[in-house]
Design a protein around this ligand. Structure first.
Ligand code: 5RP
Length: 275
């Protein structure tokens, strides 16, 4: 368990910058993730850990990637249905074969299938404890509860009480420190919908100041005009405690150096991962 956590959280800072690219499991090819081999693989080295599905891992991530992989382990409904109606979607034996560093499961507090998603998590925690795999509980709240610290505080605490090893939640403008303070397990923060880069770096800084253990960011990195520059700027805030201003200057200075390959017709002739 500790060895796997050490593949997610940096030995030097104790924090993590996870790159979340699992969005396709419920919404199909999200903007920026149409061709993971072209858009994501070139910047993988900047991620402490990658949060992805086993399908993308098998088809698009080189087996030479040795940083932590936090495997999306729940799924079921698409965005066209009630997202809370998820089930566990990965066998723990496959997770072990893939040598993942963690398992991620969504927990929908306040939603129609709340209890089912809590049980998905507790089942995975039991399996994770048996096999030494930490479980990341991804807290989701209803549309009405979004942006209100009270609900994230409750969701994070429920997940920690029921055994999740670390928790992912969303940043809220007011009282986010109370969400972290009320949760005895480490809290990593999702990026949420795409913001201008300076605002995303400011949110990162505020989350870290509030005691977060890192970021698990997706759209604010892979939908950035310069994703590789953005992830390095996020790292500067998370690992080196840089201010948003300094990190944005870093982003600006790196952004012109990095040219992303154009997205074009998919070629299945490229070398495939062996897993
Ligand atoms: C979906 C997830 C995503 O990984 C999460 O939304 C993080 O991505 P973003 O920073 O784009 O919000 O867990 O349930």
């Amino acid at each position: 368990m500790k060895n796997r956590l050490a593949r997610i959280f940096s030995r030097d800072s104790g924090k993590t910058v996870m790159l979340a690219i699992d969005h396709g499991y419920f919404e199909g090819p999200a903007a920026g993730l149409e061709q993971v081999d072209k858009s994501i693989v070139p910047m993988l080295d900047h991620a402490d850990a990658l949060m992805a599905t086993r399908g993308v891992l098998r088809t698009s991530i080189p087996p030479s990637f040795t940083h932590g992989v936090v495997l999306r382990a729940s799924g079921g409904p698409s965005v066209l249905k009630d997202l809370s109606n998820e089930r566990i979607a990965v066998d723990v034996e496959d997770a072990l074969r893939l040598n993942v560093a963690g398992l991620a499961v969504s927990v929908y507090i306040g939603a129609e299938y709340e209890t089912q998603t809590v049980h998905n998590m507790t089942r995975l925690v039991d399996l994770g404890n048996r096999h030494g795999i930490p479980v990341l509980a991804v807290t989701c709240v209803t549309d009405e509860a979004m942006g209100d610290a009270k609900y994230y505080r409750m969701a994070c605490r429920i997940c920690a009480e029921l055994g999740a090893h670390f928790i992912k939640t969303y940043f809220v403008d007011k009282d986010f420190d109370s969400v972290v303070a009320g949760c005895p397990a480490p809290v990593v923060v999702a990026g949420g919908a795409k913001l201008p880069e300076f605002e995303a770096l400011t949110m990162t800084h505020r989350a870290m100041q509030a005691g977060a253990a890192g970021m698990d960011m997706g759209r604010n990195i892979f939908q950035s005009e310069a994703p590789a520059a953005m992830i390095q700027a996020v790292r500067a805030v998370v690992h080196a405690g840089e201010t948003p201003k300094k990190a944005f200057e870093l982003y600006e200075s790196l952004k012109n150096d990095v040219k992303m390959p154009p997205i074009g017709p998919r070629s299945h002739a490229r070398p495939r991962a062996s897993v």
